[in-house]
Design a protein around this ligand. Structure first.
Ligand code: ADP
Ligand code: MG
Length: 412
């Protein structure tokens, strides 16, 4: 996808934006962008550069994302605001011109691994409840800031979009690894750079890089511990090894699908498994759509499984089966709620009852937690109380992020 309209090829040693940012290595990529670890030579700190694909449709989406990020940053300096540091902040933005066209670039704090990675690390068994509580509290604080202070709905809360915060020291190690490889004369692996370019091509001014290395990484040896040196999955090791949830905190990222509370961009929002009831039935939604997703994330963090993961089958479509699963777990749905969306009549009959062919055996979150995750009854009871509080089928009655933060399960 490094082609006209697509990603911009970057590699170690490039200076961007009139010599302000020094590019070291790739941190990740998404549907719209590649994300690079760079040194900000003005602020003397590491940053993440998100470089958007150049085609017009990506540039348009990025402009919406940037407008929302500016809104989110505008309120950041207000004093005494809860949750401002739990949402990613855009530090700068600029346009980059390259062989594939013009690319919007956004500059962020460097973040660590995603919660999805932590769930995978647990072998999909889930992380300890004390950590779930800590993460969910922080996510709700971030949402309080987005909803109540900025007037923004995230619209895509899921484990992939919640990242661990990092320290500049951890990040220096990631950069040091790129310097080490280049200086030892080896080319950077494709995961560090774009596959079509070789760092070696740019080796001609190594002594210049020595100076850069010195100014960026400092005089002390920031080389990696020997046992990590040969490990391919360095990033994971570095960021997950030392009890990532001990002092550390999480940040809500990717405002690429967000909208304003009073100006929605789409009727269909959220990634399927985290999609709230009202959006599934084609009804109205508000900030509490994000709260539904938080419950889905909390369950998944604790158990390693999706709370709702419907599939299409001979009985119904994915959405129909998803709604049937919600009915089995949280139903019966009151008639006025069941019939409140423009898709309601496909799933419910005129009296508000679910179509009989869609019916699934009813169960409860508490039972799922005990049966599928082996949680003891007391713990399952308290945790499911919290989840059910967030999963109110009536989006207008669902708690706000601030109200959710007062729930006894989080006070524990
Ligand atoms: P897209 O809109 O293209 O999906 P994302 O914002 O989701 O882009 O970023 C793509 C990937 O880059 C993420 O999944 C993550 O691995 C990495 N990433 C994004 N932002 C940061 C950041 N601030 N720090 C470190 N890595 C990041
Ligand atoms: Mg993404």
């Amino acid at each position: 996808e490094y082609c006209p309209g697509g990603y911009h090829p970057l590699t170690f040693g490039e200076w961007l934006h009139q010599g302000r940012y020094f590019c070291t290595r790739k941190l990740g990529w998404g549907q719209f962008s590649t994300v690079w670890l760079a040194w900000d030579n003005l602020e003397k700190r590491f940053v993440a550069l998100k470089v958007i694909k150049s085609a017009q449709q990506y540039a348009d989406v990025a402009r919406d994302e940037m407008r929302l990020l500016v809104e989110v940053r505008r309120h950041h300096s207000q004093e005494g605001i809860i949750g401002a540091d739990r949402v990613v902040q855009m530090l700068d933005s600029f346009t980059l011109t390259g062989p594939n066209g013009n690319h919007q670039c956004m500059v962020f704090d460097v973040l660590g691994v995603t919660l999805l990675k932590l769930i995978a690390e647990s072998d999909y068994k889930g992380i300890p409840l004390t950590h779930v509580r800590q993460v969910i509290r922080q996510v709700l604080e971030g949402l309080h800031y987005l909803h109540a202070v900025c007037g923004v709905i995230h619209c895509d809360i899921k484990p992939e979009n919640i990242l661990l915060a990092t320290t500049q020291d951890q990040v220096r190690r990631l950069a040091a690894e790129a310097f080490d490889l280049v200086e030892s004369g080896r080319s950077l692996p494709a995961s560090f750079t774009c596959s079509c370019s070789l760092a070696l091509r740019r080796r001609r001014s190594l002594c210049f890089w020595d100076k850069v290395r010195y100014s960026i990484l400092g005089p002390e040896d920031v080389g990696l511990p020997a046992h990590l040196k040969d490990d391919n999955d360095m990033r994971r090791q570095l960021l997950v090894a030392a009890d990532p949830l001990g002092p550390s905190s999480v940040v809500i990222a990717d405002l690429g699908n967000a909208c304003y509370i009073d100006n929605h961009f789409s009727d269909e929002i959220q990634t399927r498994q985290y999609r709230c009831y009202e959006v599934l039935i084609g009804g109205e939604y508000g900030p509490s759509a994000d709260i539904w997703s938080v419950a889905c994330v909390a369950y998944e963090l604790a158990t390693g499984r999706f709370l709702f993961s419907a599939q299409a089958n001979e009985h119904g479509s994915v959405t129909e089966n998803h709604l049937a699963a919600i009915d089995a777990l949280l139903g019966p749905v009151p008639k006025h709620i069941a019939l409140s969306g423009h898709l309601s009549r496909r799933i419910y009959m005129h009296d508000g009852q679910l179509r009989p062919d869609l019916k699934q055996a009813s169960t409860s979150i508490e039972k799922l937690l005990m049966k599928e995750s082996g949680m003891d009854a007391t713990e399952a009871g308290k945790f499911s109380d919290f989840l059910k509080y967030l999963l109110d089928l009536d989006w207008k009655k669902r708690p706000s992020a601030y109200e959710a933060l007062q729930h006894p399960w989080l006070k524990n």
